[in-house]
Design a protein around this ligand. Structure first.
Ligand SMILES: NC(=O)c1ccc[n+]([C@@H]2O[C@H](COP(=O)([O-])OP(=O)(O)OC[C@H]3O[C@@H](n4cnc5c(N)ncnc54)[C@H](O)[C@@H]3O)[C@@H](O)[C@H]2O)c1
Length: 388
């Protein structure tokens, strides 16, 4: 099977490309390196050093004997997307290549517009290219559990049966996300669903939870193969950030009372879920949604776990929540479809945290302390300066 990984230079795209290559698939990656550009813009960098993509690919060839193809370009450029898909002619396209930080999308008007244009236009170009070149190509698209928000009912996997005024239908699950980034994912989901219904495309929309961890079997094989580990307040995801704060002796910054509940998964399960989706493609015209996570925790539960596992002193500091989100709420999301396809989850454990502490310890001198404190505020005031 030929698999094209869009966003192959990113936190998840690179380990996914390595995993699939190691399992014998023909793999190519595409990226425009804009994620590295956000680091320059924000004055931060991955805690674990990451090597240029070309170097990563050369090292993988040396280590494994396997080739990974490379396409450098922007998905917003339709000509690039069409040429790449014609040239590589994949069976499946895994689409990770979006601006993925909620705080980044909430910095100001410019970042909100950029996020939505980049994500929605890139995804539309991919949909059109698949429809024009080969509608049999399976699009595996990364969405987010954040698309649903925190409704006061159980969250289903994409669709819900609704009875209204005596009539019934199965309809897309209502979405009420909490940032312009998450809204871009909702717009993508609608566009993909529409393309499947109208053009007969086949797609899997993976509503993924928050990913933690930094190592997979493949990335561990050589320092050049490492993936990024972000801890800054804009791109750092919560568990990775808590672990880094513990190792640095910085209090674990829990927003509000820490009662917000979110869904999580290990990076080793992300790569496996992608393979499971690729091995079990949907039918022609089918749009399906999998909730891609393995466990749910409140932020306080996670912080307590990190504090109790870390061998040194670690403490929690409750800070004002810069986001507008429900501080305490019901949360129960279904996630059975990937398990039914064969996912055997890695549950969050002390051993995982201990290995993460080890990686962080090794690179802790690279930390920029200014990057840790939250500075993007979801609330706007009328006279807030905004760049136009
Ligand atoms: N990391 C998580 O915890 C998480 C959770 C849920 C969903 N996701 C989704 O998974 C995907 C990957 O996340 P990640 O953490 O690896 O993000 P990342 O930012 O590390 O990687 C995304 C990659 O896509 C590239 N990219 C962005 N826009 C592009 C464009 N227009 N053209 C070409 N390349 C482009 C970036 O340069 C980057 O290398 C994202 O779509 C994200 O929304 C991630």
């Amino acid at each position: 099977m030929r698999i094209l990984v869009l966003g192959g230079d990113g936190y998840l795209g690179w380990p996914t490309a390595l995993y699939l290559s190691n399992r014998g698939y023909e793999v190519a990656v595409a990226d425009n390196f804009v994620r590295r550009q956000y680091d320059y813009e924000l004055g931060v960098e991955s805690l674990v050093p990451i090597y240029p993509l070309q170097q990563r690919i050369r090292t993988w060839k040396a280590v494994s004997g396997r080739d990974i193809g490379l396409y450098v370009g922007d998905l917003q450029n339709a000509e690039f997307v069409y040429q790449m898909i014609r040239d590589f002619h994949p069976d499946s396209i895994v689409h990770f290549a979006e601006q993925r930080s909620a705080p980044y999308s909430m910095i100001d008007r410019e970042h909100a517009v950029y996020t939505q244009v980049n994500n929605v236009v890139g995804n539309l170009n991919v949909l059109y290219a698949i429809a024009d070149i080969d509608p049999k190509i399976h699009l595996i698209k990364l969405g987010s559990m954040g698309e649903y928000g925190t409704p006061n009912i159980d969250i289903e996997e994409g669709f819900i049966e609704i009875e209204h005024n005596g009539r019934k239908d199965v309809l897309p699950f209502p979405k009420m996300p909490g940032s312009f980034y998450h809204l871009s994912k909702v717009h993508d989901s609608h566009n993909i669903h529409f393309a499947c219904r109208n053009w007969g495309l086949r797609s899997t929309d993976l509503n993924q939870g928050v990913v933690y961890g930094v190592e997979t079997e493949e990335t561990k094989q050589h320092p050049h193969l490492a993936t990024r580990l972000d801890y800054d307040h804009v791109f750092g995801t919560v568990l990775n950030r808590f672990c880094i704060q513990a190792v640095l002796g910085h209090p674990l910054t829990v927003y509000g009372r820490g009662e917000q509940i979110r869904s999580f998964l290990d990076i080793r399960d992300t790569v496996r879920c992608i393979e499971l989706a690729a091995l079990n493609p949907p039918a022609e015209g089918e749009y399906r949604v999998f909730n891609q996570f393995t466990e749910q925790f409140s932020l306080r539960q996670l912080a307590d776990l990190v504090v109790s596992t870390y061998p040194g002193d670690a403490r929690i500091e409750y800070v004002d929540d810069p986001r507008t989100e429900a501080l305490a709420h019901y949360y129960n999301a279904k996630h059975t479809k990937l398990i039914e396809l064969g996912l055997e989850p890695h549950y969050l454990s002390d051993t995982l945290l201990e290995s993460l502490f080890g990686v962080i310890e090794q690179y802790k001198d690279r930390v920029s302390w200014e990057a840790i404190r939250p500075s993007v505020n979801w609330r706007r005031t009328h006279n807030q300066a905004t760049r136009v």
